[in-house]
Design a protein around this ligand. Structure first.
Ligand SMILES: Nc1ncnc2c1ncn2[C@@H]1O[C@H](COP(=O)(O)OP(=O)(O)OP(=O)(O)O)[C@@H](O)[C@H]1O
Ligand SMILES: CC(=O)N[C@H]1[C@@H]2OC[C@@H](O2)[C@@H](O)[C@@H]1O[C@H](C)C(=O)O
Length: 399
């Protein structure tokens, strides 16, 4: 049994998800127990700064270095806080904060390799917490020609696959991603797992809510505002023609594509129609839902028996209802949509748990990627190891 902390701030940039877990086994016998899970919101000024960098605002190298260290400090503080009333953790897996993601094979790029930058350097987290820390999980996969994402699929496979059921695990964070899990009893089960980024999750919805409320709200709680409107289907059909949605996996994306510029184009498009604010939010919700379902119909070997959703979007009742309706259109057997909580996996902390497992695997020399998901040429161990030297901890306050 190893006590590990997983840390991540995702593409919603809402704060640090921290999970303290006990992990045992390796792969087929992998087991986790969630001892504590918490989200520590970013201080508003830090969030603004990160969002500006994600939206491509110019930043000097000195400011970048400062931002990297500030993020490392708040991540280290989150690791300290999550251990309150628990024995000290032995290891930290820190994803950090993505501020830039370029998938591989971008036309016009001078290299076919991808690039993905996560801030919050692990060596500082290690020294501030006194706990060995693993970070930079995406770079080794990318160096092998992979997308560097989604990485959760291998963890989903070992923690959430079912003996007889075909499952989709659908994360709806800022960006959406799916892992398709054939039954474990199936021949070549692990090689048949697939996954990809489906497109926007909540990123456009959140930006629209901020725009519509002049910044006084950051998201549409439970999807209530969107539920007051009606989706404009011709617009959804137009938006779905975008090349990303047509591309076959492996594929990954981020706020570079589904961010502020994308929302500006949506705002220009809605002028052709008389849409209320509620209609606009319902239409963006429908884009998320339709992009998920279309990708299942186009790229899955078989539609799943059930879909298990996770991430903040799983709390959006309207989105969940639309997903179930859309999935079951023209379907002979009903495909239920549940949350991962309903099969014993925290929907809020699944990603943080995944980075705890990836760190645990890295420590044991076990590969973290699935080549059919990321497109990498080989399975590799993921993450750079930062060991704490001579057991001394540097104090956060002194920095
Ligand atoms: N009660 C709720 N009702 C509606 N939406 C919600 C609710 N709670 C959270 N959300 C949405 O979920 C988002 C946060 O989701 P999450 O923390 O899973 O994203 P993330 O981890 O940052 O993204 P990613 O998975 O792409 O890295 C919020 O920005 C908000 O849009
Ligand atoms: C570059 C980056 O941070 N990508 C995230 C993002 O958030 C959701 C989706 O896009 C996903 O593929 C990936 O994160 C998860 C944790 C992953 O790698 O599996």
């Amino acid at each position: 049994m190893t006590r590990v902390i997983g840390l991540i701030s995702g593409t919603s940039v809402d704060g640090i998800d921290a999970a303290l877990v006990e992990i045992s086994g390796t792969e087929l016998d992998l087991k986790i127990e969630l001892l504590a899970g918490e989200t520590y919101p970013y201080p508003p000024a830090l969030r603004e700064k990160i969002l500006a960098v994600c939206a491509n605002s110019a930043i000097s190298m000195a400011e970048l270095a400062q931002l990297d260290d500030t993020i490392a400090q708040v991540f280290a503080q989150a690791a300290q806080n999550i251990q309150t009333n628990h024995p000290k953790a032995e290891l930290i897996g820190s994803h950090g904060q993505t501020v830039y993601h370029r998938p591989p094979n971008i036309p016009g790029s001078s290299t076919s390799l991808g690039y993905s930058l996560q801030l919050g350097r692990g060596e500082v987290i290690a020294q501030l917490t006194g706990i060995n820390t693993i970070s930079n999980f995406r770079v080794a996969d990318i160096a092998c020609g992979g997308q560097g994402a989604p990485l959760v699929s291998r963890i989903d496979a070992f923690l959430l696959s079912h003996p007889t059921e075909h499952r989709c695990i659908q994360n709806i964070g800022g960006i959406g991603n799916v892992t398709y899990l054939p039954p474990r009893s199936q021949e070549n089960w692990l090689q048949s797992v697939c996954g990809w980024d489906t497109g926007p999750g909540n990123s456009l919805l959140d930006l629209a809510v901020q725009y519509l409320t002049a910044g006084s709200k950051t998201y549409d709680k439970n999807g209530e505002w969107a539920a007051s409107g009606t989706p404009c289907i011709p617009l959804v059909k137009r938006w779905l023609k975008q090349p990303f949605f047509q591309e076959p996996p492996p594929k990954s994306t981020g706020r570079e594509l589904f961010g502020v510029d994308y929302l500006q184009n949506c705002l220009a498009d809605i002028k052709e129609y008389e849409l209320s604010s509620g209609d606009f939010l319902a239409t963006l919700t429908e884009l998320t839902v339709a992009s998920i379902v279309q990708s299942y119909r186009n790229f899955l070997p078989k539609m799943p028996d059930r879909v298990l959703i996770c991430g903040g979007g799983s709390r959006n009742h309207y989105l969940k209802k639309r997903l179930e309706t859309n999935l079951n259109q023209n379907s002979e057997t009903k495909i239920p949509v549940l949350t991962t909580d309903e099969v014993g996996m925290s929907a809020d902390y699944k990603e943080a748990i995944a980075f705890a497992v990836l760190a645990y695997w890295r420590n044991q020399g076990i590969a973290g990627n699935l080549t059919q998901v990321t497109g990498a040429q080989k399975e590799v161990t993921l993450g750079n190891i930062h060991l704490v030297t001579n057991g001394l901890r540097v104090s956060i306050e002194s920095l």
